[in-house]
Ligand binder design. Structure first.
Ligand SMILES: O=C(O)CCC(=O)C(=O)O
Length: 352
């Protein structure tokens, strides 16, 4: 059977693309030279109008698709640094700062488990005008420092932002939520990135409609079937759910299956909405020399587990089981550091 993601993608006539090869289907507004290069193949994620039955089929099957005409965030397409500075209010914003382009997510609560872990970016809380000033200053000085604002929208936002938010196409997205039996909308993350910023590959345990507002982002996705190629950090590590593989210089000795990874990719621009299915890995980069990017995502809890489980289990269900086993072992042993040695004892000479 074809891997998840391959079957429906094939039905819409996408093409397989070798590294560096130019794809025929391109949104205007960006060029191939703005993409970083990686040593693996990708196929294009289909771009479809939301009313196209193939788009619905992809979402039903939990496969990615770019929807080109949802009008989901049409009231936000005017957002830029100046407008947000004037209207976003006096709340605190989490801003990550780094001296390199990668912003590897880390869970601060898990840092007690791995005391030697040193994050490559640091979080600072600041008001929006301070962020805007820092950003303009870095751009002017042509400094290597980079910022990435990542803040859940909350009730501190100003009146105009509330009006824009209420004008989102809630009709369409609420229908999607109920049609697929998803749980509640848990949050809308606002992301404001600098050109060239990279969020390395990771998966989330939520459904995501990723709405692009300003600038272009390249999104490379991998289905949950490729877990073995992507080598996530241990569950108790601050970088839980993130791949350990450095895509720009993979260590094939440590991560040999990375040679077999095959991605699905797209470039999203203003008005596009990418469906990132739960448990799908995603690597996201703001295009090189593309100016700032603004995105708002819509994270939903997945549908509840069905009462009667069907076998064989799907890849994402196996990922959930593996996560639970790691968590339970950490708790039972009273020390997350003992999980690895115990798992090794269990399999060595018995299951391998
Ligand atoms: O846009 C980004 O850089 C990361 C966003 C992301 O990982 C998400 O929406 O799940």
């Amino acid at each position: 059977m074809a891997e998840a993601g391959v079957s429906a993608a094939e039905t819409v006539g996408d093409t397989e693309r070798e590294e560096g090869e130019v794809s025929e289907e391109q949104s205007p507004g960006w060029s191939e030279s703005q993409l970083r290069s990686y040593p693996f193949k990708t196929r294009q994620i289909p771009r479809l109008p939301h009313g196209d039955p193939r788009a619905e089929e992809l979402i039903d099957n939990e496969e990615p698709v770019v929807l080109t005409d949802t009008n989901l965030v049409h009231t936000a397409l005017k957002w830029d640094l100046n407008y947000l500075e004037e209207n976003i209010g006096n709340g605190d914003f989490s801003v990550y700062a780094a001296n390199a382009h990668k912003f590897l997510y880390y869970d601060e609560k898990k840092m007690v488990n791995f005391k030697n872990y040193k994050p490559i970016s640091r979080r600072e809380e600041m008001k929006f005008p301070e962020f805007a000033k820092k950003l303009r200053d870095i751009q002017q000085r042509e400094s290597d420092e980079r910022l990435y604002l990542q803040q859940t929208l909350n009730d501190t936002v100003g009146r105009k932002i509330v009006v824009d938010f209420l004008g989102f196409n809630w009709n369409w997205i609420n229908r999607q939520q109920s049609k697929h039996g998803w749980g509640q909308l848990t949050s809308n993350l606002l992301l404001i990135g600098m050109e060239g910023n990279v969020t390395p590959a990771h998966y989330d345990e939520q459904q995501n409609f990723f709405a692009q507002i300003k600038g272009y982002k390249r999104c490379i996705l991998f289905p949950p079937e490729q877990f073995e190629c992507l080598y996530p950090y241990p569950v108790h590590h601050p970088c839980d759910r993130q791949s350990q593989v450095n895509f720009e210089n993979p260590d094939y000795e440590r991560f040999p299956n990375f040679k077999n990874v095959v991605g699905y990719e797209t470039v999203v621009g203003p008005g596009d909405v990418l469906y990132i299915p739960m448990y799908w890995w995603h690597h996201i980069e703001s295009l090189l020399d593309g100016g700032i990017t603004i995105t708002v995502n819509f994270w939903y809890k997945g549908a509840p587990t069905p009462k009667r489980i069907e076998y064989p289990l799907k890849a994402h269900q196996k990922v959930a089981i593996m996560r639970n086993i790691e968590k339970m072992l950490g708790e039972a042993l009273g020390n997350p550091q003992e999980v690895g040695p115990l798992l090794n004892t269990m399999i060595k000479g018995r299951y391998n």
